[in-house]
Ligand binder design. Structure first.
Ligand code: UDP
Ligand code: MG
Length: 142
């Protein structure tokens, strides 16, 4: 099992000025930050990141949203990182997310839901490599 996952603080949460609060929730849950950057992505890059969703009705809007302002990709490490991080962020729709989860606390709606979390170990590795060169990551355990 891989111990890494990729988070992205999405444009709505950056706009709300809660980058610090969200990173505090993440580190309080036992995750270590291996890499973090503030960046703005182009529609081509967002389209490539969300390629798996290209047949879904919300794809075009999702790309517009993810390119509407800066985002904060964060490479994270923790035991059972993917599953534990999905629990910490809560359901895709903040209205359905459990109390205390990051999406419940900071998400505005099913699209502008404050944060991304990888959904499998394989995707986590690919998504971390998508945003970070190996030389940009701190190797805490190696
Ligand atoms: N999304 C949306 N409408 C939907 C479902 C998803 O706008 O009906 C957006 C939302 O920002 C979500 C992202 O597309 O986080 C990716 O969707 P996915 O189903 O992978 O949800 P996640 O894994 O982020 O919970
Ligand atoms: Mg997903």
């Amino acid at each position: 099992m891989s111990n890494r996952t990729l988070a992205i603080i999405k444009p709505d949460a950056v706009e709300k000025n809660v980058i610090g609060e969200i990173i505090a929730k993440i580190t309080q849950a036992g995750f270590k930050v291996l890499g973090v950057k503030l960046t703005k992505i182009t529609p081509a890059i967002a389209g490539s990141f969300y390629e798996v969703h290209k047949e879904r009705g919300f794809y075009g809007e999702l790309i517009a949203y993810m390119t509407s302002g800066p985002i904060v990709p964060i490479a994270l490490e923790r035991e059972n990182a993917v599953e534990e991080f999905r629990k910490l962020i809560g359901a895709t729709d903040p209205a359905k997310a459990e109390e205390g989860t990051i999406r419940k606390l900071y998400g505005a709606g099913i699209e502008a839901n404050a944060i991304h979390g990888s959904d499998s170990d394989e995707n986590a590795a690919n998504e971390i490599a998508f945003f970070f060169a190996k030389s940009e990551l701190v190797n805490i355990n190696s």
